[in-house]
Design a protein around this ligand. Structure first.
Ligand code: CS2
Length: 396
């Protein structure tokens, strides 16, 4: 039976790619955790099956997912991941390791100065890019590596990082491998005790009913017939629409909403001041979108407001607020740069909100949940913290 190897078994993968694969008969998934064994232990204790709790205004629906049947925990046995990447039964390798998991520098290329990358270059395989390069170099049959993270041009970026890594360690990848881009969307909060109790499942995952997956049709080997997925030649317009409108507005709400004392997205979007700015931000972003998706931007914005209002989801603003240094450049700063010269009050408000959020966290003695936490903390101690923080994210 053909197999998907999935890197990064967080809630998002379990609500999105696993759900699509559940409806694609004939495929099984091996999951890979790069950090702790806790998700593997929890899933293994129940035969790797779990419940999706799909929540919208009309209530909750339960859906059983049992398409995952094996899991690897990289720190326990790094070679097992390299073996799995090289395994001819694996036809697709999907990836959700979050923005920081790629270890890209501001130029979008592999950051060879990052400690984790440096240690992989010295023989390790603990980062997704290092493991992929080492595993793909051992492969003899075609495979597709499909990035499903919220990064513009995610496939090509992963490809160039893997190729750079391979070159630096003197490896050659000879098997045919493609790295299509994809746009993924499904709002998926973290699991809470309330969710576990409601689903009677310690490994339950809450999510919304809406789901979208736009995939570049460039597969090197067999692929599942994921129902509902859209196969296109060019993902970029869809990626820009989603990153700049949904994720951009999300990040604005996360920082400004937390500062205004809100806890959840549905509370922040009900605050008239924040709602206005979020709507304006979507309009500012929409004006930067390629022709192909601009016509649908208005109805997309309405649909986003409706999704943000979902009162049953309890999506924490602080979940979205994490890793701002990685998210702000691609969700807000790129958009602002593209609008150069035009008045952009909402995008500017998003940058100010992030700066204020970081300064407030540091002033209140909370540890920032961000891979650049120490740079951000130092920026807060300078004579002009606002300018120093903006410099970290490359904001004008
Ligand atoms: C959110 C995303 O946490 C975040 O940064 O903006 O996870 C968002 O919920 C998803 O991209 C929706 O598809």
């Amino acid at each position: 039976m053909p197999r998907i190897l999935h890197l990064g078994v967080g809630n998002f993968f379990r609500a999105h790619q696993a759900d699509y694969t559940q409806s694609s008969p004939g495929w099984r998934i091996t999951g890979v955790s790069f950090r702790s064994p806790s998700i593997r232990d929890g899933l293994a204790a129940q035969g790797y099956g779990y419940t999706l709790l799909i929540k919208d205004r009309s209530g909750s629906k339960l859906r059983k997912i049992d398409v995952l049947d094996r899991m690897l925990v990289v720190p326990e046995n790094p070679d097992s991941l390299i073996d799995a990447i090289a395994d001819p039964d694996v036809a697709v390798i999907t990836v959700t390791v979050t923005e920081k998991g790629y270890h890209l520098g501001p130029d979008g290329r592999l950051d060879t100065q990052a400690d984790a990358v440096g240690s992989d270059l010295n023989g390790g395989a603990l980062t997704p890019v290092g493991a992929l390069a080492r595993g793909l170099a051992r492969r003899t049959t075609p495979v597709t590596v499909l990035s499903c993270d919220n990064l513009p041009n995610n496939g090509p970026k992963l490809q160039s990082a893997v190729i750079d890594f391979a070159r630096l360690v003197g490896l050659t990848i000879t098997a045919p491998v493609t790295f299509p881009a994809s746009m993924v969307d499904r709002i998926t909060p973290a699991t809470t005790d309330t969710i576990r109790a409601e689903a009677s499942d310690p490994m339950a995952v809450p999510t919304e009913a809406f789901s979208e997956w736009v995939i570049q049709d460039d597969f090197a080997a067999a692929r599942p017939d994921w129902p509902g997925a859209q196969w296109v030649q060019d993902v970029e317009p869809h990626e820009m629409r989603k990153l700049r409108m949904l994720n951009g507005a999300h990040s604005f709400l996360a920082y400004a909403g937390t500062l205004r004392g809100h806890t959840y997205v549905h509370e922040a979007i009900a605050d008239p001041t924040l709602r206005n700015t979020a709507r304006t931000l979507m309009q500012e972003a929409a004006a930067t979108l390629p022709e192909a998706v601009r016509a649908q931007a208005e109805s997309y914005a309405d649909a986003l407001l409706d999704r943000f209002e979902n009162p049953a989801l309890h999506h924490r603003l602080r979940q979205i607020a994490m890793d701002g240094s990685q998210k702000m450049p691609i969700r807000i700063v790129d958009t602002l740069r593209q609008r150069k010269g035009q008045n952009s009050p909402a995008l500017t408000a998003a940058i100010d909100a992030w700066c204020d959020f970081v300064r407030t966290e540091v002033a209140d003695g909370r540890t920032l949940d961000d891979p650049m936490a120490s740079d951000l903390q130092s920026a807060c101690g300078t004579a002009d913290p606002g300018a120093a923080l903006k410099a970290v994210i490359g904001a004008p």
